[in-house]
Ligand binder design. Structure first.
Ligand code: GTP
Length: 884
């Protein structure tokens, strides 16, 4: 073994050290920098040079023969020019044992021989030496390249083995049984590594500077080194031997992880677990994850695409990562962010690229599915009725609402409870009734105008001492227009001047037939002041509700109507909503009008936070982005993106409507006419306001006479006085036109009309008014079909022409025939077909008409049963607009 005392160390380069043994075969290690501040040991073996000098030859001959074949000092390959002479020159004395220094001196004649060489020989030798060195450098370079390649291959092989092991290990279900199975591949992988992963000593061996060796000797040496490889592997790659001794590695394998051991030679020449182990673990873990993910089947989704969509939203709808979509777009040369909006065309390309199908929807489709969820009969449960109180000014609407609430509070809970929101619920005989606390028909109609049928029952409050007044009538008309049943509350019966009977009688004139007068309308005499008969009123409401059989499905996503909304300083946007279907809960995302938000909290009419609000329950909703308008419908949607999409669509719609209003009023007679025509309605709704009752009656009478079986004027509301805001909302809700006779609209009404796009027509002559209405109503009459006979033609012969079909060769016997005109085929005076002419030809030329006496070719559209002798009757059809 190496005797360190006798070792001679040569500093080859700054980084490398060569230690030589003084024996015939010297061993040493060269430290080679392998990067990252680490070195690896290269074992170098140096053999004693043997000089073969034939006795009778000149001393120079063997030297000159042997030297050119000698390899250059290879271990210092990277920088051969410098080290080569340094190794070479001292190598001669070194090749003698130190003890034999004297004999070395005795061999001096060899040096003398060299010295004695001629200059030419010296030059040749020098050149040969330089060439040999250059060759060695090249070989060293090549070896380094091969080394790198082998290293890479080895790592790859080890990784593969590691992956196999990991895969197998993860498959292990029973730990004990499968540990060995898991270890086996790892162990199998490990022995493969020393040869490939840690080839440090192997390239070193052949590159050892065996001075003066023959090629054969070199090869033998190589073989020996190869044979020695595994033994030296102890130093270079002791990993396999270490693995079993490393319990952590075993544990890792037991856990299904893989412990891939790799040893580098550290400063002390000891094995160490270095960078490759950590990186391999990472790679193995990554691989394991990918293995776990791979089996997942790709789910093809139908992606609903609106006209525009954000990349984020598209990714969500595809269930793909936004980053992948962005990567794809980058590949296509488009730099985008998740929040960027793309059009449907690009979205479709992306979705298709990701293997999904698409469903393009138009902008209006964004609301699809929100309000059209149909509940099956079995899902419906009884729900409380929703009641609104209407009536003339000062007839006691507010007093009645307060009285009902207070009576209920007193009956139900100790101490008064302040009502917090614009609606409340009371209980009567265990049944709930919801009151919307926005008395007046204006609010009622405003809601209706927005399409919100929030109310089930209207309480018509009529003061018994004042009887039916204009706004009482207005309320009746509003309720009728909405199709909401009325319950008459004859109030203030405590007053000595009260006359309930008079109220009933006057209501008759307005087609409100109360029960006591033989009708079906429930009526209750009450006193809001004294609280008289309030329970009877509530019972009447429940009775009416029973008749209406009010039901809703509480087990679905909620929808309903906004009753009122305000911006609260502390709480932000607060909307009082009436849940009409389903159950609303905090955390859900709702869209209300053009606003949306996540429900932060629900507050009931008593100011308590509640966890849910079912059908007919009024609650305050906190969390909206802004304040929606009263009457706006709200609904729960599945996610924020959808909510935003709908809200944006509605905002756009509102802007478009406002812009449209600039150009024309929707409430104009002409527009209404066309609207009614398209809707198929044959009623012409009107709101008439006049200066005196007499003129209103005259107008109503004249308009009534215009009516036919097909179309008639329907006076939604008529009253004495100027046009009010309430008239506008009624007109809006019932699609009516407003006629003002000798009256004008007040400022608020004008503004409301402007906002709602309602046209108010003013007249002071009844005939003008009637003529205009007549003209508008005429548009509703179906036009008259008027037929004009053109002529007859007789079929002389029938030709069957390829690609055209049967063509009748005719002669016009009467009048004329026209192309495009209507035709009847008459056979034996019986019409057997009616249709249109496809072709009308004279001598192969298509003509527009053929007069009597001339011959022509005629063919029918989609009809070929024609025979010689048949008569073709030609006629023109006109649709004439009818007037009343
Ligand atoms: N005697 C008597 N007075 C009543 C009764 N109900 C209401 N009042 C009174 O009638 C007046 C008007 O009552 P409100 O409740 O304000 O009537 P309203 O219909 O809400 O009035 P507006 O909100 O202006 O439309 C008040 O002074 C009430 O005190 C009742 O049953 N008996």
């Amino acid at each position: 073994m190496t005797d360190n005392k006798d070792d001679k160390t040569l500093s080859v380069t700054g980084k490398k050290t060569l230690t030589l043994k003084p024996s015939g075969v010297s061993q040493g290690t060269v430290r080679q920098d392998i990067g990252r501040g680490r070195t690896k040991a290269v074992v170098v073996e140096t053999r004693k040079r043997r000089l073969t000098r034939p006795e009778d030859e000149k001393p120079s001959a063997p030297v000159s023969q042997a030297r050119p074949a000698e390899p250059a000092p290879a271990p210092v390959a990277p920088r051969p020019a410098t080290p080569a002479p340094r190794i070479h020159q001292p190598s001669a004395p070194q090749q003698r044992a130190p003890q034999a220094q004297q004999p070395a001196r005795q061999e001096r004649p060899r040096g003398a021989v060299l010295h004695d060489l001629s200059a030419g020989e010296m030059e040749a030798r020098r050149r040969a030496l330089v060439e040999a060195q250059a060759r060695e450098v090249e070989e060293a370079k090549q070896r380094a390249i091969d080394e790198e390649r082998r290293k890479a291959e080895a790592e790859e092989a080890a990784l593969r083995a590691a992956e196999d092991a990991a895969q197998r290990a993860t498959e292990v279900k029973e730990e004990g049984t499968h540990v060995q199975e898991a270890e086996a591949p790892a162990a199998a992988a490990a022995p493969a590594r020393p040869a490939e992963v840690r080839p440090v000593p192997r390239p070193a061996a052949p590159s050892a500077p065996v001075f003066g060796r023959s090629r054969k000797e070199e090869e033998e040496e190589e073989e020996r080194n190869a044979a020695r490889g595994p033994a030296r592997g102890k130093i270079a790659a002791p990993a396999p031997a270490k693995v079993p001794a490393r319990p952590k590695g075993e544990d890792d394998r037991r856990r299904g992880k893989l412990t891939v051991t790799s040893a580098d030679v550290d400063e002390e020449g000891a094995p160490s677990r270095g960078r490759s182990l950590a990186s391999m673990r990472r790679r193995q873990e990554k691989f394991r994850r990918s293995q776990m993910q791979e089996p997942r089947e790709k789910i093809v989704r139908e992606v609903v695409l609106p006209e525009t969509i954000t990349i984020q939203e598209l990714s969500q709808r595809m269930s793909e990562r936004a980053v992948d979509v962005i990567k794809y777009l980058m590949k296509e040369g488009q730099m985008m962010k998740p929040g960027d909006v793309i059009d449907a065309d690009l979205a479709e390309i992306i979705a298709t690229e990701f293997g999904h199908t698409v469903k393009r929807v138009s902008e209006s489709d964004v609301e699809e599915g929100i309000f059209d969820v149909v509940d099956s009969e079995g899902e419906l449960l009884s729900r409380p009725p929703v009641v609104t109180i209407m009536g003339h000014v000062d007839h006691g609407k507010t007093s009645l609402l307060d009285a009902i609430r207070n009576a209920n509070v007193v009956a139900g809970e100790a101490g008064g409870i302040t009502q917090h929101i614009g609606a409340y619920q009371v209980e009567q005989n265990g049944q709930k009734i919801t009151f919307i606390d926005t008395p007046g028909h204006a609010a009622f109609t405003a809601m209706r105008a927005r399409g919100a049928q929030a109310t089930d029952i209207a309480i018509l409050v009529v003061a018994a001492d004042d009887s039916v007044m204009p706004q009482t009538i207005e309320s009746i008309n509003h309720a009728k227009a909405a199709g909401v049943p009325i319950i008459v509350a004859i109030n203030k019966i405590d007053k000595p001047t009260a006359n309930a009977q008079k109220v009933r009688t006057e209501l008759l004139q307005h087609e409100v037939f109360v029960e006591s007068m033989g009708g079906e309308v429930l009526d209750v005499e009450v006193s809001a002041k004294n609280g008289t008969n309030l329970d009877k009123l509530l019972e009447a409401i429940l009775l009416q509700a029973e008749i209406l059989d009010l039901k809703a499905n509480p087990n679905r996503t909620a929808e309903g109507t906004v009753i009122e909304a305000e911006l609260d300083r502390g709480r932000g946007a607060v909307a009082t909503v009436l849940v009409q279907k389903g159950t609303l809960r905090p955390g859900q995302i709702i869209v209300a009008g053009d606003q949306w938000g996540r429900v932060r909290a629900l507050v009931n009419d008593k100011g308590d936070h509640v966890k849910e609000a079912g059908p007919a329950m009024p609650v305050e909703v906190l969390g909206l982005s802004g304040t929606p308008a009263a009457g706006d419908k709200f609904a729960v949607v599945e996610n924020e993106a959808r909510a935003r999409e709908i809200s944006e669509y509605r905002l756009r719609l509102a802007r478009d409507k406002a812009a449209a209003r600039q150009s024309g009023s929707r409430g104009s007679l002409e527009q209404m006419m066309s609207q009614l025509q398209t809707s198929g309605m044959k009623e012409f709704p009107l709101v008439i306001k006049g200066d005196v009752q007499g003129s209103i009656e005259a107008i109503a009478g004249a308009l009534e006479k215009l009516g036919t079986e097909e179309v008639r004027a329907r006076i939604v509301h008529s009253a004495v006085g100027g046009v009010t805001e309430s008239d506008i909302s009624l007109a809006e809700a019932s699609n009516a036109a407003i006629i003002g006779f000798n009256v004008r609209a007040n400022t608020q009404a004008r503004q409301a009309a402007e906002r709602g796009g309602i046209e108010i027509r003013y007249y002071n002559i009844i005939y003008d008014l009637v003529d205009d209405v007549k003209a508008a109503m005429s548009g509703l009459l179906s036009p008259e079909r008027r037929e004009t006979f053109l002529g007859n033609a007789e079929i002389l012969e029938v030709f069957n022409i390829t690609k055209v079909g049967k063509v009748a060769g005719c002669r016009v016997t009467e009048g004329k025939v026209e192309r495009g005109a209507g035709v009847r085929l008459v056979r034996d005076n019986v019409v057997i077909h009616e249709g249109k002419l496809k072709t009308l030809k004279r001598f192969k030329d298509e003509v527009s008409e053929v007069p009597v006496g001339q011959e022509c070719g005629m063919a029918f559209e989609n009809y070929e049963d024609i025979r010689a002798g048949d008569v073709i009757e030609c006629f023109r059809v006109e649709h004439v607009t009818r007037t009343l």
